[in-house]
Design a protein around this ligand. Structure first.
Ligand code: MN
Length: 235
């Protein structure tokens, strides 16, 4: 048995509907610019059929359903991005699009929390996105539903409310790159492994939240997620 000089970090994991067993998380990948209406609201002037691009969040950024996201440091513009999540159960590299669904363990929902002002600085300066996207508590993720129970439907409605008011409302069918295409493209860059979680991009309607706000995210047929924004942590 390996011994450690300090306590090792706990294994990140997500609940799974219908069982006490949890889904261990290996990596969190995120897809950028995957809904046209969101690309347009960000006014980025990008080619609207650009291939998907990816970034990651750290595992210990996960925040569970019903918990608080402390207002993060160094930002005046904390944004929500409601997204469907696909969890990988079977690994592989260069996965073909038509074989991709067989690699999916299940689906859930998540929030790609973003320090938008810092992301904008990073874009302007050509810096990495971590300071805007990969900060502490930046990855609220709900429970997973097994794909063999909920299927791979593409007509799910995604809806995000802040304090009960609808801010994002779209359908998964509006994704530029489908889950199968995302898995195919991502697995060209990295070998996917069981435990990888992919946040599949956000539709239009992103916006800022402040201390005390409650964010509720639903995607048809999947476990919902509700979190609130708490006071900044004291240093
Ligand atoms: Mn996003």
């Amino acid at each position: 048995m390996t011994s450690f000089v300090i306590a090792p970090p706990p294994q990140a994991s997500l609940p799974v509907v219908g069982t006490d067993a949890r889904f261990p998380v290996r990596r969190i990948y995120c897809v950028g610019r995957n809904y046209l209406a969101h690309v347009r609201e960000m006014n980025e002037g990008a080619d609207e059929r650009d291939p998907p691009f990816f970034f990651q969040k750290p595992l210990d950024a996960i925040v569970h359903d019903g918990c608080k996201v402390p207002y993060p440091a160094l930002t005046q513009s904390l944004h929500y991005e409601g997204e469907m999540v696909a969890a990988i159960g079977v690994g592989g590299a260069r996965i073909r699009r038509d074989a991709a669904h067989a690699h999916v363990f299940g689906y859930g929902v998540g929030l790609d929390m973003t320090r938008r002002d810092l992301q904008t600085v990073a874009k302007d300066k050509g810096w990495p996105w971590e300071m805007g996207k990969a900060f502490d508590h930046s990855a609220p993720l709900g429970a997973l539903a097994r794909a063999d129970e909920v299927g791979h439907r593409t007509d799910r409605v995604i809806e995000l409310k802040v304090n009960g008011k609808v801010r994002q409302s779209s359908t998964i069918a509006h994704m530029t790159w489908s889950v199968s295409e995302i898995i195919s493209k991502l697995s060209e860059q990295y070998r996917l492994e069981p435990g990888d979680v992919i946040m599949t991009g956000t539709p239009e309607g992103v916006g800022s939240v402040t201390v005390g706000d409650v964010i509720a995210l639903t995607v048809t047929g999947l476990p919902p997620l509700k979190i609130s924004i708490g006071e900044a942590l004291s240093p």
